[in-house]
Design a protein. Structure first.
Length: 127
């Protein structure tokens, strides 16, 4: 077996969500809005130590029954640029994932409302 990393055997993590960066909450109201959004199905927030992201868990409509891309030769540049080994399957995330209202609410209570950015994850110092 070669050392090349491929999509073979991957559970199509990259084709199972849509996400984007969002501004860090600066007020209690903005924090409450994030907590409220977690009341909807298939929404998650991720804090990667520097940036907040909002994810919508959903399946790409171009995946076939075998979890392969049915438009592979014509796929978007976003998909072309998202390849192993720099993907969710091969990369260890040093992130905090929030998928429940209670968990995010506790996080904000512990870290204080209105902070420009949350403190870095434990074991990591701000640089």
């Amino acid at each position: 077996m070669s050392g090349k990393q491929t999509c073979e055997g991957c559970p199509v993590l990259c084709c199972s969500w849509v996400g984007s960066r969002i501004p860090a909450p600066k007020t209690k109201r903005e924090e409450e809005a994030m907590v409220w959004q977690l009341g909807f199905h298939n929404v998650k927030f991720v804090w990667d130590g520097e940036i907040w992201h909002r994810f919508f868990i959903t399946r790409c409509k171009h995946l076939n029954d075998n979890n392969l891309c049915s438009i592979y030769p014509k796929r978007s540049h976003f998909c072309r640029d998202h390849n192993p080994p720099h993907c969710e399957y091969y990369t260890k995330w040093e992130s905090k994932i929030f998928d429940s209202q209670e968990e995010l609410k506790l996080y904000f209570q512990k870290n204080g409302a209105g902070k420009k950015e949350p403190p870095p994850p434990e074991g990591k110092e701000a640089g």
